[in-house]
Design a protein around this ligand. Structure first.
Ligand code: ZN
Length: 491
């Protein structure tokens, strides 16, 4: 029993010594690593640190320090080794709980991707040194990110720009990019921006290459060389991706379609109204014209900022124009057959059919005299309207009309009624029966042939053969205009 007690005592002393040695070794290790270990990462320039989701400590350095500390004596025997599936993550110092590591891993991956397998601890014989929690975490994160997954690739012109978890996310990324371009260029709501030849295809890729929507939007922007601001982006991740991925070799074409409105005036038109109570040549504005407006919508296409085309796609009347209305007189007048100034009506029309005898008595026309009256060959006599000479009589008789002309004007003066004019007591005439004459044409000269007491023109108007007061159909000063201006009426 003593021997046994002595053995136990010796063993306890040895165990105590071994414990002391272990404690000292651990203390040395702790102090030494505390001294060498970097306090904090250098400040990072980028919006997000390069590897925000990774721990600071790199596993090989840790291992080197440990090897230095323990000399050449690699550990032997059994240790706790952590595995991700069948992939060895490293030797634990015994304090790492796989469940805690898994929880930490989920936080580090920040929902970007999920581990396919579990982290497990196995007790096995190994000569590897234990590593820190952070090193194990990094190894686990790398293992997960290296796993292959199915993703949706966004391709432009057949070149892969980047991948997202699914097509919806990829489409959202494109939409975010296009919205950002639109905002950058201050384009209105009826303008569109598009990226041409975009396609989506399922692909297999490492989980680390799968981007969230904002990150993929930035990848699209970089491929198009567009400088747009997109929030919620881990630029470190994008740099990491761009460093390893094969990027599209050509710059992509961003197509911007801008709808632009232009307003133009619609000139007003002119409408005419005709008033048969006003003389031909009379004109007045009844209503002023107002221009309308019209809007043209153009579609202007830009590719990478350069205008490619401009097309009118629609037009709409904003305000109809208001036509100007002009009233024109259409009443026809006979030309005064004498044109000189100071023409005088020396005897007006007037007469009646005698109630008993039934014979017309009175004056059948008007007598007109010009300043040259009294000359042997007086003032020229003008045709009062276009027509045909039906009678042209040269007579030296002292009775009747003497030398006279009758012109048939047809229905030119009054629609539906035949009008003819007669010019009597002429000194001479210049037309023959059957001759066509124009308004204002000289048909003869004032004289005093026939039953005349002095040089004058006896002028008659017959409507459907009946004598009528000529002044009814002549342009008088009370109506307006210059009744004696033959040029005006011959046009
Ligand atoms: Zn007369």
């Amino acid at each position: 029993m003593d021997e046994r007690a002595g053995y136990i005592k010796k063993r306890n002393i040895l165990l105590a010594l071994l414990l002391c040695a272990t404690v000292i070794a651990v203390m040395i290790f702790v102090f030494s690593t505390a001294g060498n270990r970097p306090e904090a990462a250098e400040p990072v320039e980028e919006p997000a640190p390069d590897t925000a989701w990774r721990a600071d400590v790199e596993a090989p350095e840790e291992e080197n320090r440990l090897a230095e500390l323990l000399g050449d004596k690699r550990p032997t025997g059994e240790a706790i080794v952590l595995y991700y599936g069948e992939l060895q993550l490293g030797v634990s110092d015994g304090t790492v709980d796989p469940a805690a590591l898994s929880a930490q891993l989920d936080a580090a991956l920040d929902g970007r991707c999920t581990p396919d397998q579990k982290i497990e601890a196995r007790c096995e014989k190994t000569s590897d040194y234990p590593v820190s929690f952070d090193a194990l975490l990094n190894a686990a994160a790398d293992a997960v990110l290296d796993e292959e997954t199915t993703a949706c690739g966004l391709y432009v012109n057949g070149a892969l720009v980047g991948a997202a978890n699914d097509e919806e996310t990829a489409k959202d990324a494109l939409s975010s990019f296009l919205t950002a371009v639109k905002s950058e260029q201050n384009l209105g709501s009826n303008s569109t921006v598009e990226l041409r030849n975009v396609s989506y295809r399922t692909l297999k890729t490492a989980k680390r290459s799968v981007m969230n929507g904002s990150e993929l939007a930035v990848l699209i922007a970089r491929s198009c060389n567009e400088d747009v601001t997109i929030s919620g982006v881990d630029y470190a991740r994008i740099r990491e991706y761009m460093a390893s991925a094969e990027l599209p070799s050509e710059e992509l074409t961003v197509r911007t379609v801008v709808k632009k409105n232009e307003t133009v005036a619609i000139p007003f038109g002119v409408q005419y109204e005709y008033d048969d109570s006003k003389p031909d040549g009379f004109s007045t504005e009844k209503r002023a014209g107002v221009d309308g407006t019209k809007t043209y919508t153009y579609e202007i296409v830009y590719e990478n900022g350069k205008q490619i085309s401009k097309e009118k796609i629609s037009e709409a009347v904003v305000q109809q124009p208001v036509d100007r209305i002009i009233v024109r007189g259409v009443k026809q007048y006979l030309l005064w057959p004498l044109s000189k100034e100071n023409v005088r009506v020396t005897s007006p029309y007037g007469g009646r059919i005698h109630p008993i005898t039934g014979v017309w008595s009175g004056h059948t026309g008007v007598d007109l005299a010009g300043p040259a009256s009294g000359d042997i060959k007086g003032d020229p006599i003008y045709a009062a309207m276009d027509g045909t000479v039906t009678t042209a009589v040269v007579s030296r008789s002292s009775t009747g009309y003497g030398t006279y002309v009758i012109i048939d004007h047809g229905e030119r003066l009054i629609s539906g009624k035949n009008v003819s004019t007669l010019y009597a007591h002429c000194n001479s005439i210049t037309v023959k029966s059957g001759q066509a004459v124009k308004k204002g044409q000289v048909i003869g000269y004032v004289g005093s042939t026939g039953a005349s007491t002095g040089p004058h023109l006896h002028f008659e108007v017959r409507v459907n053969g009946s004598m009528t007061d000529p002044l009814t159909y002549m342009y008088t000063l009370s109506i307006g205009g210059d009744p004696l201006d033959t040029k005006k009426f011959t046009k």
